[in-house]
Design a binder for this molecule. Sequence first.
Ligand code: ZN
Ligand code: ZN
Length: 346
Amino acid sequence: MESHRLPFLLVSHLVNIRYLTGFSGSAGLLLFGPRTVILWVDPRYTLQAQEQAAGVEVIEEKGGILKAAASWLRKNGVREASFEASNLTFAHYEHIRKEAGDAVRLTPAGDLIEELRAVKDEGEVEAIRGAGRVTADVFTELLPHIRAGVIEQDLAAEIEYQMRKKGAEGVAFETIVASGVRSAFPHARPSSKPLQECELVIFDLGAILTGYAADMTRTVFLGEPSRRIRSLYSAVLNAQRQAIRSVQDSTPTGAVDSAARRSLAKHQLARYFTHSTGHGVGLEIHERPRLGKGETACLKSGSVVTVEPGIYLEGVGGIRIEDTVLVGSEDVEILTPASKQDWIIS
Ligand code: ZN
Ligand code: ZN
């Protein structure tokens, strides 16, 4: 805040409030300033906030937390306060502006907290490692139950149930199970379709542990794959390997994306790769940095990102392989260690 010359910052994005204070409730507003850290909550969350947000002044507010924060700014003679431009709605901004009065200048701030969140500390990494382990274990144990006749929705339900059984707080996103031609839709929702022989099936799953997410995709084939399917699978696996190989401290995120694309281009498959190569993972399933075409932000030791090349052929199916990986100073750690070799289910 000093380097951005921000005297006060109103934090309204709940994930950022959690990141800064530990408070995980569904409503609250945080004010950061020199010698001031105040968290306004409604009476549902007073006790929880006091317990979770150690060292923060918690104020219980019955009459609306926006109003309370705004009048605090006015009464304390604050001349300028910044807000999270990407997160505060226009209606809430107007509400604060009216209540704070003309003496308080409200200025938009960039995504300062999101930038901090892009590099994880050891505790955060440990949480994502745990989420990744649960995610990988659930998939590995599901493998013997994947067979023709089983319904996509049932497999998705089983995945989510097993995650909870293994201690996950929930799922980081709606589990994807997409079989046959449906696997060509990168974000298909599980349907009532039964799996059939000679089909590709995409599984995209992720558990949440102590607030942190993991993200993993595996693709399997039921029966004996043709030479064409085998070569498609190994092309995607190779692209993922090349992209992971390029992941290191100080690499531009765009270079990881182009490593995957270059590898697929060797097999004339680049045009079937229709999304970006990956994204940051943490308290949110999609966060900074983005691993896409032309991105110039650099990976840093402590970044946790996904690497997920995929190809989608209309009328045939899709193949995507995704891992959540930790960028180290020297090496890369795969945080979702489920096999990518056991993809043929006969
Ligand atoms: Zn995913
Ligand atoms: Zn992903």
